[in-house]
Design a protein around this ligand. Structure first.
Ligand code: PMP
Length: 362
């Protein structure tokens, strides 16, 4: 009998049980070496094997072509907010941004430090409750890249397919909250980045998948640590990388592979989200905040009729050992984050609570 409870946290978030168990073992003794994974030199053969495995599994899962680098960096997605424009955007150039939530707003603010930003589309007019359609996107004349946030963690919206910038314009994606939750065609992208702490592992490691010609093209007059080429050339070993995070990430990749890969993840995630959205559709008490065509499969945001009832609901959830359901402090309401490792039974437990609560308070 597990003493763990359903964790709907938006991140850091629930990890697969198998991964936690294997990480516990490796903390004590990595692969029979007599030394724990956190205590190994990053340059020794034991950790090199871990790093190689993390990269190989990542490439295999997402079918990443050989003309892309896979990097394990630090500083979170927030560092990528400035590392991208610092590398590719100059004062006389323009980068296009699709502004669909608080995280893309932050990416925009950072980009403005380096050059011109054209907001090609935004859903700010309706409190970021939807994803703009192709017709609503107005690209600029010659952007150096086009940036979007594939899943908006706070507002619970997600792109169903990636936007298509004009031909030759590299597509850059902040995929922090939906990376590897479904199949991804890496060839459509110039650069993908994601903090690990939702779908990939613990916080402290950031995955970057970047086309090699962009790495070569990036500005070279930057601090060494802030150049993609440093990390590409040294295979993320220029300095001490986040070794434990990389180990856990490899375990998570292995778990995804054993679960059937990204296609199976996509199906699982659709089925999980459907449990919640189907109930919310039928409910005359709770309502979702995202437009139906824009709903996220990762973060399900919903409201009750009043804030007082929301507080009561969250207290009730706590009693039933359903944790992390409070919406982001900037928007309020409720948010159920149901990343890859979150079990369907947890979604069913939440629906049971919502149904009981609706009956008692509706
Ligand atoms: N982008 C998105 C979509 C996020 O959800 C988050 C964190 N919740 C961030 C960026 C910021 O990531 P980090 O904390 O790794 O800097």
């Amino acid at each position: 009998m597990s003493d763990r409870i359903y964790n709907f946290s938006a991140g850091p978030a629930v990890l697969p049980e198998e991964v936690i168990r294997s990480s516990q073992e490796a903390l004590w003794n990595l692969a029979g070496s007599g030394i724990g994974v956190m205590e190994h030199s990053h340059r020794g053969k034991e950790f090199s094997a871990v790093a190689d495995r993390a990269e190989a599994l990542c490439r295999e899962l997402a079918d990443i072509p050989s003309d892309y680098d896979v990097l394990f960096l630090q500083g979170g997605a927030s560092t990528q907010f400035f590392m991208v424009p610092m590398s590719f955007l100059t004062a006389d150039a323009t980068a296009d941004y699709l502004m669909t939530g608080a995280w893309s707003q932050k990416a925009v603010s950072e980009a403005k430090r380096f050059g011109r930003v054209h907001v090609a589309a935004t859903s700010e007019d309706k409190n970021f409750s939807y994803i703009p359609t192709t017709d609503e996107i107005r690209w600029s004349e010659r952007p150096v890249y086009a940036h979007f946030t594939s899943n908006n963690t706070i507002f619970g919206t997600e792109w169903t397919t990636e936007p298509s910038p004009p031909s030759g314009v590299p597509l850059v994606c902040d995929a922090s909250s939906d990376i590897f939750s479904r199949p991804i065609d890496v060839r459509k992208y110039g650069l993908i980045y994601a903090g690990a702490q939702k779908n990939l592992g613990p916080s402290g490691v950031t995955l970057v998948i970047v086309r090699k010609d962009l790495v070569e093209r990036a500005a070279s007059n930057l601090p060494t640590m802030l150049q993609y080429r440093t990390h590409a050339k040294e295979k993320s070993m220029y300095n001490t990388p986040p070794t434990f995070g990389m180990f856990v990430m490899a375990e998570v990749f292995d778990w995804i592979k054993a679960s059937g890969g990204l296609a199976a993840m996509g199906e699982r995630n659709r089925a999980k989200a459907a449990v919640l959205y189907d109930y919310l559709e039928r409910s005359s008490f709770f309502r979702t905040t995202a437009r139906p065509d824009s709903r996220s499969l990762m973060n399900v945001c919903f409201r009750a009729p009043t804030e007082a009832l929301e507080e009561k609901f969250l207290a009730e959830a706590k009693k039933r050992k359903l944790s992390g359901l409070k919406g982001h402090r900037s928007v309020g309401g409720m948010r159920a984050s149901i990343y890859n490792a979150f079990p369907k039974a947890g979604c069913e437990a939440l629906v049971a609570l919502m149904a009981d609560f609706e009956k008692a308070n509706g």
